[in-house]
Design a binder for this molecule. Structure first.
Ligand code: COA
Length: 163
């Protein structure tokens, strides 16, 4: 049987335990998963190279997973790579509405583009990269929400104390 590749796309500013849980679950469903780190679109705290390095550091123990930048349209990368699906996590109804329109746009651009949605685990469903950044900025402890490499990078960028 053909080897089934999925693309897990996102901004990952920064990557959290929520993203990594979705990635591990995607690896249980597909033969390989490429984490595609979006290059543009949003103002980010970390540069693309920093976000790539953090995702790579946090996935170094995962076999069958590679990390790459996503410079353009997701559907173009799906076509280029031969991926059978895009993977996205859904945490809430708000996410569902957002994902619904992205899925519809991707399908309009490329009718064969299939998206697989995984529901976030309840205990991780409140996590978002922006909340993690805010907690870090205000001197809170982000260790429960992100791997140590990310916590260190946030300290390095935002400082360890209240500002
Ligand atoms: N656990 C924790 N957080 C999660 C999560 C999970 N399982 N799933 C989503 N999130 C959070 C992210 O941390 C992020 O939080 P923030 O906004 O507070 O920082 C938020 O959900 C949105 O996630 P993000 O990865 O930034 O998704 P996005 O909605 O901005 O879409 C792409 C990102 C890469 C999928 C999309 O921009 C894209 O496809 N870009 C390529 C260009 C393109 O094709 N555009 C047309 C798209 S139709």
């Amino acid at each position: 049987m053909a080897d089934r590749l999925a693309l897990y796309a996102g901004t990952f500013d920064p990557v959290t335990h929520g993203h990594l849980d979705i990635l591990r679950r995607a690896l249980a469903l597909f033969d390989r998963v490429t984490v595609a780190v979006a290059a543009g679109g949003k103002q980010t705290l970390f540069t693309l190279d920093e976000r790539l390095a953090l995702v790579r550091a946090c996935t170094a123990d995962l076999e069958r997973c590679v990390v790459m930048p996503l410079p353009g349209l997701l559907v173009d990368e799906v076509r280029r790579s031969g991926a059978v699906a895009v993977v996205r996590g859904i945490r809430s109804l708000g996410d569902y509405h957002h994902e619904w329109s992205m899925e519809a746009m991707n399908r309009a651009l490329s009718p064969e583009c299939e998206t697989v949605f995984l529901l976030a685990r309840q205990e991780l469903a409140m996590l978002s990269s922006s909340l993690v950044r805010e907690v870090a900025r205000l001197g809170g402890d982000v260790a429960p929400f992100v791997p140590a490499a990310v916590a260190g990078a946030l300290r390095g960028r935002l400082g360890g104390g209240r500002t």
